[in-house]
Ligand binder design. Structure first.
Ligand SMILES: Nc1ncnc2c1ncn2[C@@H]1O[C@H](COP(=O)(O)OP(=O)(O)OP(=O)(O)O)[C@@H](O)[C@H]1O
Ligand SMILES: [Mg+2]
Length: 323
């Protein structure tokens, strides 16, 4: 018998949270968080950027700002009582920033309690779009920030190492998502063994895991597969230089469907553009300094495809409880 599945939607404010991540460092996550944020703000949306690259926060640089005096650290050390108290202006209308926490030693290994506190407070912020810039890697901190989003955007560069890390990130994300959302003990322990790759369970793909769940609980693996297929994950290939590079995104989306059973929505390519560096050296956001450059045009087109999804579909923020 298939388990009963109940979905609990807890959305108190009408914000749309987008997490920007992807596993590999230096692919352009921060550049794109800042630039997409500027595009959305220019279209009249209230936008908040959050620098969650704990320890090596630099999102402010892509906005042409010096490190702000207040940021996440002040919230974590209780100098400021609410997340809304550490929001700063960016000089761009409709666009605000919560700067990262960089002056606390060991902050990258955020204690669980602090992480829960930040995540719960982000959900309450009343902005049309909240964009969270994540650091590299697949640590639980990073995955959990991704999992409070309504939509996750993966950024990869066309290099094989980056593509590999993006797959690894997606796999870790799905296992973490299932681990958090499924309360049934026997299935949870199966997922744990799969994540740790111990006890003889080596799930190379999410399908392997679902097959194993199906054996324990006929029908449950299929049910979970159908929920996974409605998650909102998008992909951008950044720093593309060749025609071959520009074909990678579609191929990755097809591979994700095949191996993970999730539809990844490929948003498009952004070419390598030397103006990005020039803008940084001039301490100006790309869009302000080079509004006619190719990267800017491609980012603008991509940002137009990002729309809030106020429908009943499942997203990462949905609690999936399997009893
Ligand atoms: N399309 C592009 N063309 C040229 N340079 C780019 C492009 N995208 C990003 N860069 C450059 O690549 C470098 C890394 O970008 P960025 O800091 O946004 O990456 P990141 O993924 O946030 O890195 P990290 O994982 O370290 O946080 C920066 O110097 C940036 O200027
Ligand atoms: Mg970054």
């Amino acid at each position: 018998m298939a388990e009963e599945v109940s979905i609990i939607k807890r959305r108190t404010v009408d914000n749309h949270i987008l997490a920007i991540g992807g596993g590999k460092g230096g692919t352009g996550k921060s550049l794109l968080t800042a630039s997409i944020g500027i595009c959305l703000a220019n279209r009249g949306n209230e936008v908040l950027l959050i620098d969650a690259d704990l320890g090596t926060a630099n999102l402010h640089t892509f906005l042409g700002l010096e490190p702000p005096r207040i940021g996440l650290s002040d919230f974590l050390t209780k100098k400021k009582s609410g997340l809304d108290r550490v929001i700063v202006k960016t000089g761009i209308s409709n666009l605000k920033l919560i700067s990262g926490a960089q002056d606390i030693i060991g902050i990258a290994n955020l204690p669980y309690g602090q992480k829960v506190k930040i995540l719960a407070n982000i959900k309450k912020l009343d902005y049309r779009y909240i964009l969270i810039d994540l650091g590299p890697g697949t640590s639980f901190n990073i995955l959990d920030f991704f999992l409070i989003s309504h939509c996750g955007i993966l950024i990869t560069s066309p290099e094989p190492t980056s593509i590999e890390n993006t797959y690894r990130f997606t796999r870790s994300l799905l296992f973490r998502y299932l681990r958090k959302m499924i309360s049934q003990k026997v299935v949870r322990s199966l997922i744990d063994k799969g994540v740790m790759q111990r006890g003889g369970h080596k799930f190379y793909s999410v399908f392997d895991l679902l097959e194993a769940i199906e054996k324990i609980e006929p029908g449950l693996g299929d049910t979970i597969a159908s929920y996974l297929s409605s998650l909102d994950i998008k992909l951008i290939v950044n720093q593309a230089r060749t025609t071959r590079d520009r074909a990678i995104g579609q191929k990755m989306a097809m591979a994700a469907k095949k191996y993970f059973g999730i539809p990844i929505d490929f948003l498009g390519n952004i070419g390598y553009d030397s103006n990005v560096r020039k803008g940084l050296l001039q301490k100006k956001p790309l869009m302000a300094y080079f509004p006619h450059c190719k990267a800017f045009k491609e980012i603008t087109e991509i940002s137009q495809k990002i729309l809030p999804r106020y429908q009943l579909g499942l997203d990462f923020s949905t609690e999936l409880k399997v009893f």
